[in-house]
Ligand binder design. Structure first.
Ligand SMILES: [Fe+2]
Ligand SMILES: [Fe+2]
Length: 223
């Protein structure tokens, strides 16, 4: 899709006062929070992905757009429980959504709850509705291509600073790259965009990194 068509979709959606208000509130919350990996920059990228995938898949953008804007709000509301951010986000999103109906709020919350799908370390709730699948793929596309590898390093810094051991080490990055190679996408548009972002190949990068690390990791101090 022509990038300008994606921008036109985004801009026309954001002309809606209710969506613009959510966008601005969530942006301000992320910018005040200052996360390294799960910051506003990530949210902004996946908002663009969601407009692209959602419009090509004919999803209901009145559900997809607020859901993608709010999908990582759990990192801001509960910074000490990053692995529970989908559950926290699904609970916390309602207070941003006064201008949506109860039925819509439930659908939006479900998109947030299932956005990690089967990614290791999470609840394993896979997206069911079209809108859930679009939100999931839009977020997961940020794990592909050169953005994917560099974003993973930023997330590892973020988690490492919080004291999560695996994320402090290069060997954790090898493991993370292997997880990336197992990501399942749920829409044809998501699969197509991911295929265009096939460089660098996650498994090749993991293997090369592991080979280079073996020099220092195989040495044992003899004292
Ligand atoms: Fe997330
Ligand atoms: Fe995300």
């Amino acid at each position: 899709m022509d990038h300008h068509k994606v921008y036109a979709t985004l801009n026309s959606m954001l002309e809606q006062p209710r969506l613009q208000k959510v966008y601005q509130s969530v942006r301000d919350a992320f910018e005040a929070h200052g996360n390294v990996g799960h910051g506003w920059e990530h949210v902004r990228r996946v908002i663009v992905n969601a407009a692209w995938i959602g419009s090509e898949e004919n999803a209901d953008l009145d559900i997809v757009m607020p859901a993608i804007i709010l999908h990582d709000i759990g990192f801001v509301t509960h910074p000490d429980q990053p692995k529970q951010h989908p559950e926290h986000g699904a609970a916390e999103c309602h207070r941003f959504l006064d201008a949506w109906t109860e039925e819509q709020r439930v659908r939006i919350a479900q998109c947030i709850l299932t956005h990690k799908a089967a990614y290791p370390g999470y609840a394993g709730l896979e997206p069911q509705s079209l809108e859930e699948r679009v939100v999931c793929d839009a977020d997961q596309l940020d794990k592909f291509g050169w953005i994917g590898v560099t974003q993973m390093i930023k997330v590892y810094v973020e988690y490492g600073i919080r004291g999560l051991e695996r994320y402090k080490r290069h060997s954790g990055i090898v493991e993370g790259l292997r997880h990336l190679s197992k990501i399942r996408l749920y829409t044809e548009t998501g699969k197509r965009i991911a295929a265009e972002r096939s460089e660098p190949a996650h498994l090749v990068t993991a293997r090369r990194l592991e080979e280079e690390l073996s020099l220092s990791e195989n040495w044992r101090e003899a004292f």
